[in-house]
Design a protein around this ligand. Structure first.
Ligand SMILES: [Zn+2]
Length: 149
């Protein structure tokens, strides 16, 4: 079965689907928002026969975007994984905040195993002192830069 590209008119997401040619024209539900998305006209034949995906011939000049479907797919999977990790991290933080009613969310620290804990007052004071020092240093650097300019 060929691969067809669809684009959602509601959220703009592009995604690919393996489909029978006879069914390719019917809209596909957007994987992001569920709105029926329409088939794009460029798609499969072009990317499969693209010189960049073959061993012979010259690669096309770089346009800053990729025409290699498999490459885009890998990036998409990687991005999805990263977002998933970010989501899990936010969930863990929310759980710690829920378990510690006094927590503001700004007093969390990450443990080596990736979990979060609420910092004790002494630890928090240290952390804030460290941040304040960092801000001082940044200010000094900016002042130095301005002096040169
Ligand atoms: Zn959508």
């Amino acid at each position: 079965m060929p691969i067809y590209s669809y684009q959602c008119a509601a959220c703009g997401l592009r995604f690919d689907r393996l489909r029978k040619m006879s069914e390719s024209d019917s809209p596909q539900d957007c994987v992001e928002c569920g709105t029926p998305a329409r088939k794009m006209v460029t798609a499969a034949a072009f990317t499969f026969n693209h010189p960049a995906s073959q061993t012979r011939g010259m690669a096309p000049p770089s346009t800053g975007t990729s025409d290699d479907w498999n490459y885009d797919k890998a990036i998409g999977r990687d991005a999805a994984r990263r977002w998933e990790h970010i989501g899990q991290r936010i969930d863990r933080k929310r759980q710690v905040i829920a378990d510690n009613p006094g927590s503001t969310g700004y007093d969390l620290s990450r443990n080596p195993d990736g979990s979060y804990r609420v910092m004790q007052p002494a630890e928090r004071a240290q952390s804030e002192a460290g941040r304040a020092l960092g801000a001082e240093v940044q200010k000094a650097i900016q002042a130095e830069k301005k002096g040169d300019g």
